[in-house]
Write a protein that binds this ligand. Structure first.
Ligand SMILES: [Zn+2]
Ligand SMILES: [Zn+2]
Length: 253
């Protein structure tokens, strides 16, 4: 099979090789989704007019976001197309018609409830101090410890699933040392996790950018991109594990 740069792929430690899901067959579905979003001016389901879900958000200060579609087959061989936006959309975790996040938003909120205001308060105190103030160093260290502890507890909430019926803690799956904030919140992990939990077999996955171009010009409106190298590729090997057997049968590597 020929590979394209937009393909969804990652090295799997269990199998000692890479698992790959092609992007090209999902691109027509992605283009249709893009056209539908643009025609509606919103990511909301028809009949819903939540102003937070307007497309203008992507062209404002927030500067745009990644979207993704996953083409799957259900148990009867019917095609199913799942769609996702990365992270939250304008502060909204769950939008009907879009796959939910891997983490339960209620558990996420209760996890950050105590520490986030403390971190914000420390940030405000630090900003008010002069750079020479000895207290500043102590407060910076306190904030660093608080943030690191919070990040660990947030990561504990994510247990991505794969296509062998396994679920593991993010830190046991991630290939590399430091997991960036937001690992597990991009489109590909959300889509694959949802498919794995619902007995859907992934056939193709495409991610694309919608919104204002970023400053470096690497993200332009409507452009297809591979799942990101920083947060996604290090967990995709695990998350894609088992798809080859489901797609091609046990005999094919
Ligand atoms: Zn990513
Ligand atoms: Zn594997």
């Amino acid at each position: 099979m020929t590979r394209s740069v937009e393909d969804c792929a990652g090295f799997c430690r269990d199998c000692g090789r890479e698992h790959v899901l092609p992007a090209a067959p999902a691109m027509p579905h992605a283009l249709a989704l893009m056209a539908e979003m643009e025609a509606r001016g919103s990511i909301a389901a028809p009949g819903c007019d939540d102003p937070r879900l307007g497309l203008d958000y992507l062209f404002g200060p927030a500067r745009g976001q990644m979207f993704g579609v996953l083409v799957c087959q259900d148990g009867r061989g019917n095609e199913r197309v799942l769609k996702a936006f990365s992270g939250q959309y304008n502060g909204v975790w769950e939008v009907p018609g879009w796959v939910p996040p891997i983490v339960d938003p209620a558990r996420f909120q209760s996890t950050i409830r105590d520490d986030e205001p403390r971190i914000k308060a420390l940030t405000a105190r630090i900003a008010a101090l002069s750079p020479e103030d000895p207290l500043r160093r102590d407060l910076l260290a306190e904030r660093r410890a608080l943030s690191a502890g919070l990040m660990e507890r947030i990561f504990d909430l994510y247990r991505p699933a794969n296509f062998r019926g396994q679920s593991r803690a993010l830190r046991d799956v991630f290939l590399g040392r430091a997991m960036p904030t937001g690992t597990g919140e991009c489109c590909a992990p959300k889509l694959l996790h949802h498919a794995a939990l619902h007995g859907l077999v992934p056939m193709a996955l495409a991610e694309f950018y919608v919104g204002r171009e970023n400053l470096s010009g690497t993200r332009t409106h409507g452009r297809f991109c591979a799942p990101c190298a920083e947060k996604c590729r290090p967990i995709l090997g695990f998350m894609l594990c088992g798809i080859d057997e489901l797609r091609f049968g046990a005999a094919t590597p």
